[in-house]
Design a protein around this ligand. Structure first.
Ligand code: PLZ
Length: 455
């Protein structure tokens, strides 16, 4: 069943509108002010400043209206000002902004833990801890796994992204811009080959065989009984929206179980209806020991979580987990409301609907490009987490220049498109799940024209 976006009401007109002088004078002035005070290390993909956002539209300070195909990197799945989230935040903030759950606890934290224990895969007894960012959730999942197993080694994969803190940088596979000159990095992190169907040397390799390849390396290089945790994004995000071959995740998870290794699914980007299921692991029936969540969880408020097997989480001594702001009451209220909207509007179904529309359009485009303009190497993803990998025509050579040019051309036309990928050659589509079909199609028209013009 698919909810039509017409059941959702919007505050802002869902229509693209860009003026010729782009970026406008107010954004240009803000960029100047910013240069004098904000560290150069923080870069923004888009040179305009936001005034308002709702549904699939972002307004800038100069009166331009952009189609949002990025959701602030997969965060605003329910929109950037979902009435339920806004109402819940207002209600919560009028009572208390903070007390610290470790000092004087409150109900919304407990209610959210109940929800997450219910929504995450598996019928087993679970426990939840709340934090602020995706990286913090990953750090804590690894802490728990090490304590519970008494082992040190952590296995991560090629093309992985897990954050910008010291341990999560170590887990992340890409040097520039995330790691270069920021070391030394946390020890006892081992990197294994990922299943990346488009770029396998042997295109026939199955998911189970790719898992075996990684498992053999783990056994040779580390020893299964030394490994505390295997952490993996079920669909890799920053690395290029890489969907492993079918069977890869189940084979890894089964082997981990056999060896007493904690299997951590990092669903920070892929979780909360984004891929057409509550979690990406659901597509293959994989039940992780611990799952990390953030981004889409709270409708834009900063909140993250780990949910996992009760025996693992409860192995930690009282006081061993926490943080001043973890599970902030305003963020918890937002998360409960965002989850409510996902259920009310069947946003998992909407994500599948978005996939149907977008994949058909992208395949059509791929069919129209031939010879020297045949630049779409791969179309992949699930739900509203979709990507195209751009290559040099006639080869699989990554084409990051074209990728940049296409994203820039879309922006000029009023469509915000993010790129990603180890080779910087992947266009990713992450629209808010509440985007209207009209807006989505308009955005895809612009994308298709940009690719045709630049290919
Ligand atoms: N795990 C799978 O995708 C965040 C980061 C963008 P934080 N991805 C977007 C950037 O350049 O910083 C992410 C993720 C996965 C962990 C994280 C980290 O989440 O909330 O950014 O810490």
């Amino acid at each position: 069943m698919t909810t039509t976006a017409s059941e959702i009401t919007y505050r802002l007109e869902q229509k693209r509108r860009v003026q010729a002088d782009f970026p406008g004078p107010k954004s240009v002035a803000l960029t100047e002010r910013r240069k004098a005070v904000v560290a150069a290390g923080v870069a923004s993909a888009v040179p305009v400043y936001v005034a308002d956002a709702d549904g699939g539209i972002i307004h800038d300070v100069d009166g331009n209206a952009f189609i949002d195909l990025g959701s602030g990197i997969a965060v605003t799945s329910v929109g950037a000002s979902d009435p339920a989230v806004v109402g819940a935040v207002k209600e919560a903030v009028e009572h208390f902004t903070h007390t610290c759950f470790m000092v004087t606890p409150y109900e919304s934290y407990v209610a959210l833990a109940e929800q997450l224990n219910r929504l995450t895969p598996g019928e087993h007894e679970k426990r939840t801890v709340l934090f602020n960012s995706g990286a913090e959730a990953v750090e804590n999942a690894v802490k728990v796994a090490r304590l519970a197993t008494g082992r040190d080694a952590v296995v991560a994969f090629d093309h992985a992204y897990h954050g910008r803190t010291n341990l999560t940088m170590a887990l992340t596979a890409k040097a520039m811009p995330y790691k270069t000159n920021f070391g030394p990095f946390a020890p006892e992190v081992y990197r294994m080959p990922m299943s990346y169907p488009y770029r396998e040397e042997n295109p026939e390799i199955t998911g189970a065989e790719a898992a075996k390849r990684a498992i053999t390396m783990i056994e040779k290089q580390i020893g299964g009984d030394q490994v505390a945790a295997i952490i993996i994004e079920p669909i890799q995000g920053e690395g290029g929206f890489i969907v492993p071959a079918e069977g890869f995740l189940p084979a890894l998870a089964d082997w981990a179980k056999d060896k007493g290794i904690v299997f951590i699914a990092d669903e920070v980007q892929s979780g909360f209806c984004r891929t057409g299921e509550w979690f990406a692991v659901n597509h293959e029936g994989v039940v992780p020991d611990i799952i990390t969540m953030a981004k889409g969880i709270a409708g834009g408020m900063p909140l993250s979580a780990i949910t996992g097997r009760a025996d693992l989480l409860d192995a930690v001594h009282p006081g061993g987990l926490g943080g001043t702001y973890g599970g902030n009451p305003v963020a918890c209220a937002a998360a409960l409301a965002a989850i409510g909207s996902m259920q009310e509007y069947n946003l998992a179904g909407r994500a599948r609907h978005i996939e149907e529309i977008a994949v058909a359009r992208l395949r059509e485009l791929q069919g129209q490009l031939s010879g020297a303009s045949d630049v779409i190497g791969d179309i992949r993803g699930r739900g509203a987490m979709l990507a195209i990998e751009l290559v040099q025509a006639g080869s699989k050579e990554p084409n990051p220049e074209l990728t940049k040019a296409v994203a820039a051309a879309c922006l000029k036309e009023g469509v915000i498109i993010l790129t990603c990928g180890t080779y910087g050659n992947v266009i990713r589509l992450l629209p808010p799940l509440v985007i209207t079909d009209e807006l989505l199609n308009d955005g895809l028209d612009v994308l298709a024209s940009a690719i045709k013009a630049h290919a």
